[in-house]
Each structure stands twice: as C-alpha cells, then as structure tokens.
Design a protein around this ligand. Structure first.
Ligand SMILES: [Zn+2]
Length: 233
C-alpha cells in the first residue's frame, strides 16, 4: 500500500468525520432553537390581549347603554311624575328626554359594534390558539427526530473515529505529522486526488514530472500550487 493511498484513506475518513461533526453542531443548534415557538407565543399573546381589550370595550359599551336607560327612566319620571307643572320646564324636560333617546340609539349602535368586534377577537384568538398548539406539536416532533438523528450520528462518529485511529496507526509518524499540519493549513483537506493529471483540490494541472513522481508508491509528492499531498488512484 503506497504512502499516498494510506493518507488518502485517512483523509476520506477525516472528511466524513468533519462532515459528521458539522452536522452534529447543526443538530445541537436546532435542538435549542425555539424561535418558531417564541414567535407563535407572541402571536398568541397579542391575540389574547386583543380579546381582552375587545371584551373590556364591550363591557363599557353595555354599561353606557344601561346608564343611559337609567337616565331616560329618571327623565321620564320627572316628565310624567306630575311634580313639574311649569310649561317651560316641562318643555325643557321633553327636549332633554328626546335628546337622551337619540343618544341611546348611538350608544346601542356602539354596543353592537363592540359585540361584533368582541366576537371577531374571540374567533381570532381561538384560531391562533389552534395554530399555536400545532406549532408546539410540530416542535416536539422535530426535536424528537433530531434527538434520534443525533444518537445515530454519534454512533457513526464513534465508528469512524475507530477507523481513523486504525488508519492513522498504519502511517509513518513524519507523514502523519505532515498530514495533520496540512489539514490545519488547508481547510481540512491535506490529500488531493489527481484526476486527469489535475489536482482535484486546487484545479491546477500537474507538470509531467510532478505527475510521474506522484505515481511512485514509495514517494510522497505534493502539489506545486496548493502544497497538498497528491494521490493518483
Ligand atoms: Zn493543488
């Protein structure tokens, strides 16, 4: 087995491990991410407040109508009670009573509007409440799935880690050190495959000398452009 093949094999395992660790990080991020639930909770709180306000308005409108009716009753009691006999005063009372009646109509219209608004706010609240329950259920399901995926991924990573250790144990120490140093410098990719006489990592075409050298199993050849270890396979 050539040095470059052993290193290439190690690189493949490391790349899998890197991807697995990135995925694990993403899963951990998603597991604590609750912005969907928070947004839904906010919408629910707003709907709850709107319902409370609409309800308060309705009670106020109802109270206004009740008070107006009492005023009318008192005004009519004065008008027909027989205590007031002065025609001018009686006329004033009559006018006042008519004005009170007209305003009662306005207040009753407002009460009706408040009732409709209250019904609407209640319906909206129930709708959003249902939506919120669905968001919560979905969140639980998603997190259960993520937790299951995470457990599976951790098992894969453990297996790949054993494979990595076995592959690394098979490589001479200086080569391994070079490999690790290149991994740090070259964004995790220390070994590049040669495809069609080209370094697959940086895309540069190899000179005839470099290409021949890379084919020798006992030698380790590096790309003259990106510095990675070349593997012809
Ligand atoms: Zn290269």
């Amino acid at each position: 087995m050539s040095h470059s093949f052993k290193l290439f094999r190690l690189q493949q395992i490391n790349t899998l491990l890197d991807k697995g660790h990135a995925k694990l990080k993403e899963i951990d991020r998603l597991l604590v991410d609750d912005h969907q639930v928070q947004m839904s909770q906010q919408r629910l709180d707003q709907a709850k407040n709107a319902r409370y306000e609409a309800d308060k308005n309705l009670r106020m409108a109802e109270q206004n109508v009740i008070e107006q009716r009492l005023k009318i009753e008192r005004s009519q009691a004065s008008l027909y009670g027989g205590k007031v006999v002065n025609p001018k005063e009686l006329q004033d009372l009559q006018l006042e009573s008519e004005a009170l009646d007209r305003y009662l109509t306005t207040l009753e219209d407002l009460q009706l509007e408040a009732m409709l608004a209250s019904d609407e706010a209640e319906a909206k609240f129930l709708e959003i409440s249902d939506q919120h329950s669905a968001v919560l259920t979905q969140d639980i399901e998603q997190k259960d799935e993520l937790t299951a995926n995470k457990a599976e991924l951790i098992q894969d990573l453990e297996r790949q880690e054993s494979e990595r250790e076995a592959a690394a144990a098979n490589i001479d120490s200086p080569y391994l050190q070079l490999y690790e140093a290149l991994r740090l410098q070259k964004n995790g990719i220390a070994v590049a495959r040669v495809l069609d006489k080209t370094c697959a990592a940086c895309g540069s075409t190899l000179s005839a000398t470099t290409f021949r050298s890379a084919q020798v199993p006992t030698k380790l050849t590096r790309c003259t452009t990106c510095g990675r270890i070349l593997y012809v396979g």
